[in-house]
Unconditional design. Structure first.
Ligand code: ADP
Length: 253
């Protein structure tokens, strides 16, 4: 693995639907510990790019590497096992289970990708201890220790959001993929989520696809703007805010 280089890289990533090119030769290089956001007007290709990286869609051309390993041909589940975390919208909180049980399930999930890994899990009780340790670490990291035994359905809104982030972090991912995590939230809820990100995701590598530009400006180290499936510009929030090509992409769409 190339610890020094970008942890997540796409090279010439392209997705065509028939004649139409939704993602067009995108080269991304996300550094370890970076919070990178993808923005762009409606139809820019953000969701398609996200789906290519998470494995929900197969690219027409191009490659994706994680820590130097080519993951282009891996299934979504195999990518999770390779330490690329699922986004919020793919996680499920089980209302009837306790907070601890929810986190524990998520911590185990990546180990059940195949029957042989499940067998290995049960053959090796050390693995189970590892899951317990990881569960406790996530409960501590998210400040959920005091509600660990509460049913998920009884949580306050804020604690429920914390639990959702906890499920993403339960596998201790190298890269966290987030797909419009504040969609449908009120302003106050969005602010609380931003604070949670700043608190919990600060040292992590994150790729966020988001239409809320204010949110992106607040949380990102760097922002990549897409238009018509192509990268328009990549830079810090200040650089992106000052970029004429980005303004054109939004206004002239
Ligand atoms: P964004 O998330 O930036 O709004 P999308 O990635 O959803 O953009 O879409 C980019 C373009 O690709 C749009 O023009 C959309 O209509 C088209 N597109 C997305 N998915 C499909 C599909 N499954 N089949 C055909 N066209 C698609």
């Amino acid at each position: 693995t190339d610890r020094g280089g970008p942890i997540l890289r796409t090279t010439g990533l392209t997705k065509r639907f028939g004649e139409f090119t939704a993602v067009d030769g995108v080269d991304l290089a996300v550094d370890r510990g970076e919070f990178r956001s993808i923005i762009g007007p409606n139809g820019a290709g953000k969701t398609t790019l996200f789906n290519l990286i998470s494995g929900a869609m197969t690219p027409t051309e191009g490659t994706i590497t994680l820590s130097g390993r080519d993951i282009t041909a891996l299934s979504p589940a195999e990518r999770v096992a390779a330490n690329l975390a699922r986004s919020f919208q793919l996680t499920t909180v089980f209302n009837g289970l306790s907070v601890r049980e929810n986190v524990r399930l998520a911590a185990q999930a990546e180990r059940f990708e195949t029957l042989s890994t499940a067998r290995r899990l049960f053959a090796d009780s050390g693995e189970l201890e590892g899951v317990d340790r990881r569960t406790d670490a996530v409960l501590d990291e998210l400040g959920l220790r005091s509600v660990a035994d509460a049913r998920a359905s009884d949580l306050s809104y804020g604690d429920r959001r914390r639990l959702e982030v906890g499920l993403v972090l339960a596998t201790d991912p190298d890269v966290v993929l987030l797909d419009e995590p504040t969609a449908g939230m009120s302003g106050d809820e969005t602010d609380a989520t931003i604070e949670l990100f700043e608190d919990v995701l600060a040292d992590r590598t994150v790729l966020l696809v988001e239409h809320n530009v204010d949110l992106v400006m607040r949380v990102s180290d760097r922002i990549t703007t897409l238009n018509g499936g192509r990268e328009v510009a990549t830079g810090t929030p200040a650089e992106i805010a000052a970029d004429d090509r980005v303004r054109e992409a939004y206004l002239g769409g």
